[in-house]
Design a protein around this ligand. Structure first.
Ligand code: GDP
Length: 370
């Protein structure tokens, strides 16, 4: 039953001030006979989920609520920004519920990548963060790749329980939900939203057979995402939109590579070898001598070395932090710069590489994916 000033779809209190906050409806909607928030309106009429922003406290309440239910938790991450897209605090909240980890945007990976290695790396990183996923599935929400596999894994793991989909903003959670709605939602399926118990926040409900549902929870912002350090325009310049074509640089020791103005790789010591760069295809890469790199950076950051675009944007960026790596002679090793991409080396002798990246951007080493 609809109360005054609340949405007939999800029960949330209606507000007309902030488009991005839950419960928004345009002032004109207040005149309608049935009051409905814009989010529910879009779901009803376009079968489309729009993201809503929310505060940290609201979000913690949602996670807390999940822990007290019997459910399968599906956590979505962006495989290009694993650390930046990690939803912190989940281990504390999920209780004994199983977790299915979903790596989205698999369409961007180069053709010859070993997907098993990607999955193993994700399992390993999750464990380091206190989470033991029951399984890892790689999908492309945008291209509709491996969605069947995802749904069949969900079917096996949920064992009759509800399913909660969680993730920080920008991992592609809305795209994934919309993909599921479009590909698997029957026309007569009623998509409803309902208030989360104990909160005023809405969640999207996709009914499953057996009276259970998939629930979409709102994404929370993770400040460590590179996207929060640069402008939306610059984010578009570094976010790959098509499959990455690796670029090979033969490096001698004492040489550096700038990846736009967002990272610098110093090949400090080691035998001459190919360094393979996996970043957005048209992002500018600048090679220089290590001994000149500081000066080149001072002079050209925000201009030749962009993004960030413009001197002002460059000054806004958090200061660069150095990450030092000893690379053992072995199979290929990847140095991953979260949100930007990675570089890989395959040396016959030990090499020393230093990666500079803005503070807050995670830089890590993994066994090569190729
Ligand atoms: P949300 O904030 O988690 O709901 O993320 P969105 O669904 O809004 O997606 C964030 C960005 O990632 C958008 O620019 C999407 O187009 C893009 N995106 C989502 N899924 C994929 C995918 O499978 N592959 C690629 N390449 N991009 C994707």
């Amino acid at each position: 039953e609809q109360q005054n000033g609340t949405c007939a779809g999800c029960g949330i209190a209606i507000q007309t001030e902030d488009v991005k906050r839950p419960g928004y409806a345009p002032a004109s909607a207040l005149k309608r006979e049935t009051l409905i928030c814009q989010r529910c309106f879009r779901i009803r009429h376009y079968n489309e989920v729009a993201p809503v922003g929310m505060g940290d406290d609201d979000f913690l309440r949602i996670l807390d609520g999940i822990g007290s239910t019997e459910s399968l938790v599906v956590m979505v991450v962006d495989i290009f920004d694993f650390h930046g897209s990690w939803l912190r605090g989940l281990p504390r909240f999920v209780g004994n519920n199983p977790i299915l980890l979903v790596g989205n945007k698999v369409d961007l990976l180069p053709q010859n990548i070993n997907l098993n290695r990607v999955r193993n790396w994700m399992q390993h990183e999750a464990k380091e963060r206190g989470l033991r996923p029951a399984d890892v599935v790689l999908v492309s929400a945008q291209k509709g790749l491996h969605i069947d596999e995802l749904l069949s894994r969900i079917g096996q793991l949920r064992k009759g329980r509800d399913v909660y989909i969680v993730g920080v903003t920008n991992v592609g959670k809305s795209t994934l939900i919309n993909r599921i709605l479009h590909d698997y939602g029957s026309n007569e399926m009623e998509i409803t939203t309902s208030p989360f118990p104990g909160t005023t926040l809405d969640k999207i409900e996709i009914p499953l057979e057996g009276g259970r549902s998939i629930y979409d929870t709102p994404g929370i912002i993770n400040r460590d995402q590179i996207g929060h350090m640069i402008t939306p325009q610059d984010l578009r310049k570094i976010t790959p939109t098509s499959r990455i074509n690796p670029k090979v640089y033969q490096l001698n020791d004492g040489q550096s590579l700038f990846l736009g103005g967002l990272a610098r790789i110093d090949f400090v010591r080691g035998p001459r070898q190919p360094l393979v760069v996996y970043i957005k295809n048209d992002l500018y890469i600048h090679r220089t001598k290590l001994e000149n790199a500081d000066e080149v950076f001072q002079k050209h950051h925000g201009e030749l070395l962009a993004p960030p675009t413009g001197r002002e944007a460059a000054e806004q960026l958090p200061a660069f932090i150095k990450h030092s790596f000893k690379i053992r002679p072995s199979d290929t090793t990847d140095l991953v710069i979260s949100g930007l991409g990675w570089v890989s080396l395959t040396g016959k002798e030990e090499a020393h590489v230093v990666v500079h990246a803005p503070k807050g951007v995670s830089v890590g080493m993994r066994k090569g994916l190729i």
